[in-house]
Ligand binder design. Structure first.
Ligand code: ATP
Length: 582
């Protein structure tokens, strides 16, 4: 349990100055706290001895007031310096986590669901902040208060009474530590359940449109209720252990009071202590309740912090499986692209097999084949979303793993199958890769992608906000805006992954025509289901179950009379039929 303190030592060291000031202020408050009961006892003794003068009373009142003001100021100081500093830990950990998230490859996001990652970034970080703030505060305060109070009771009132009063404490320590262990376990389960709940909410909200369109709201509601109930049940178990803590402590404190009263009354009767001293003693005993309670709070905070730290550390220790090379090739330029892949698999099943081809700079590759045949996977390997283990992909004579990831990706413009547009203006969406680009450049890219007129017809043209709070776009418009985003950068290598599937044949033809004109010296890779999108390609590969089953240019493949020729023919017939119907 204490290991979490060790693990957080770097932070305490980093904020040493602030913690030292905070702890000093806190310690002074604990000592000043001893004054009021002393003053009280003193005045009571004067009253019982009937010799209380006005001067003595006034002097004691001044002591009380002075200590109250000093404590007011010092309490403010420690709150700012200890609790305030703890937020800094939250800030540091949050940016570490976020930095880590941005470094990770897609397989990380396949393994961890969004809701889970959100839980780490919120709940777990809050637990850590509580440990570095409230935890440190109660540890220092409780130990100093307990120490100075016990010493004062022991030396300035009666050591015998003190020993009797603390008799129940070892039993209490035993009981609370057992309870603490149980709380720790149940908290782990609560935290995991919260992650699950987060996932559920995230998935349900993002899929709400689909859920509703299929009329599955009721099922979704029931499945959410199940997760919600489970989380509630786990939280109740934690709550049960939590709720046992304070009553348990108070039980032992009650025993201390009873013993003190019993022994104290004998001592007063014998004249060993005065009535005033007994009152002071009982007030001090009262002051010990807080440190005892704080043990429970500390147990909680430290254990929760430990669980959360573990969860965050586990995430942070996961390395991205896509790494930058130790000695990267410093200059990157477009050139011959060669795929030499013997085999590639995501997990166990082989996704791509014997993929060998060369694409010269400036050429266009067309990738076709049934769904699931491996087209997207082949492209993702070039982006290094995943790495090839058996074989290599080379660009301009170097294995792509020898370039810096950022360099490699700066060469590539990628229009994925599921485009993501952000809730901001169309202008900013298109120049996402380089916010400094001019409106003219953006307009040009939109024209090349055949979406310029669509945009000009929107309420605020390129300034139109899209997404949740703005205009909803059609599938085809989304595709063409995503395409403009890649085109505006005029990338050396352009990857279009089924990017024209939602546009009509005429628009597709115009876009392809623009591509042919503008990308003469640049490499282009296109996957498509509609073969008309790849007719112009220099090399067309037909994939089936991860293998290349046909290769050549359009004419060669038509000649060969295989899958390509048959599919092309039937698609042409379909198009003619559709045109006839129109
Ligand atoms: N991240 C992944 N993890 C595991 N398997 C995957 C992953 N991505 C794709 N696959 C599997 O790899 C195979 C090839 O998928 P891929 O997306 O490359 O096909 P595709 O030809 O692009 O299909 P489509 O035309 O439908 O887009 C499929 O069987 C798919 O289930």
């Amino acid at each position: 349990m204490m290991s979490v303190i060790k693990k957080l030592w770097w932070f305490f060291k980093l904020e040493k100055r602030r913690y030292v000031i905070g702890i000093l202020a806190l310690s002074l408050v604990s000592v000043l706290n001893l004054i009021p009961p002393k003053v009280m006892g003193h005045v009571i003794d004067h009253i019982t001895q009937k010799n209380l003068t006005r001067e003595t009373l006034l002097l004691n009142l001044v002591y009380l007031l002075l200590s109250a003001f000093a404590m007011y100021a010092l309490r403010y100081v420690w709150r700012i310096y200890i609790l305030g500093t703890s937020y800094r830990l939250g800030q540091i950990m949050r940016s570490r986590l976020f930095g880590h998230f941005t470094q990770m490859s897609p397989s990380f996001y396949q393994k961890h669901r969004t809701g889970d990652l959100m839980a780490h970034a919120t709940n777990d970080i809050n637990s850590l902040t509580r440990l570095a703030g409230g935890g440190v505060m109660s540890a220092v305060d409780a130990s100093i208060t307990a120490l100075v109070t016990l010493l004062t009771m022991f030396f300035s009132i009666s050591w015998q009474m003190t020993l009797v009063a603390i008799l129940p404490l070892p039993f209490m320590a035993f009981a609370t530590s057992r309870l603490g262990r149980k709380t720790h376990e149940s908290f782990k389960h609560s935290q995991a359940a919260f992650s699950e709940l987060n996932n559920k909410v995230q998935e349900s909200v993002s899929g709400i449109k689909v859920t509703k369109s299929f009329g599955y709201q009721a099922d979704e509601w029931h499945s959410f209720q199940e997760t919600n109930d489970m989380t509630f049940a786990k939280n109740m178990v934690t709550m049960k252990y939590d709720s046992m803590f304070d009553p348990l402590v108070l039980l032992f404190v009650g025993a201390s009071y009873a013993l003190t009263l019993l022994v104290g009354s004998f001592f007063v009767k014998d004249g060993q202590v005065t009535v005033g001293s007994l009152v002071t003693f009982v007030t001090y005993l009262d002051m010990l309740v807080w440190p005892l309670m704080a043990i429970g709070f500390l147990f909680n905070v430290i254990q929760r912090g430990a669980v959360s730290y573990e969860r965050i550390a586990d995430l942070l220790s996961e390395e991205s499986d896509i790494k930058d090379p130790k000695a990267p090739v410093t200059v990157i330029k477009n050139g011959r692209l060669t795929y030499d892949i013997d085999q590639f698999s995501y997990e166990n099943e082989v996704t791509l097999r014997d993929i060998h081809f060369t694409l010269e700079k400036g050429q266009t590759l067309g990738l076709v084949g049934q769904t699931g045949s491996g087209k997207t996977s082949l492209l993702k390997l070039l982006l290094r979303e995943y790495d090839v283990k058996e074989g290599e992909i080379t660009l301009a004579g170097h294995d792509i793993r020898d370039y810096r990831l950022a360099d490699l990706r700066s060469l590539i413009g990628y229009v994925p199958q599921d485009q993501v547009l952000f809730a901001m203006s169309i202008l900013d969406n298109i120049r996402f890769g380089n916010p400094k680009l001019s409106l003219e450049a953006v307009e040009e890219a939109a024209k090349l992608s055949q979406v310029y007129h669509d945009i000009m017809n929107m309420p605020e043209g390129f300034e139109t906000i899209i997404g949740e709070k703005g205009v909803s776009l059609s599938g085809g418009q989304k595709q063409r805006i995503a395409m403009s985003r890649a085109m505006v950068l005029n990338p050396d290598i352009l990857i279009l992954d089924d990017s024209l599937s939602a546009v009509d044949a005429k628009t597709e033809f115009a876009i392809i025509d623009n591509l042919k004109k503008t990308r003469q010296n640049k490499t282009t890779l296109i996957t498509a289901h509609r073969l008309s999108a790849v007719v112009h390609a220099d090399i067309i590969l037909v994939l089936q179950d991860g293998n290349i089953i046909e290769r050549g240019c359009h004419e060669e493949l038509i000649q060969a009379g295989g899958w390509y020729a048959k599919t092309y023919e039937s698609q042409q017939l379909e198009m003619k039929g559709a045109a006839y119907e129109e």
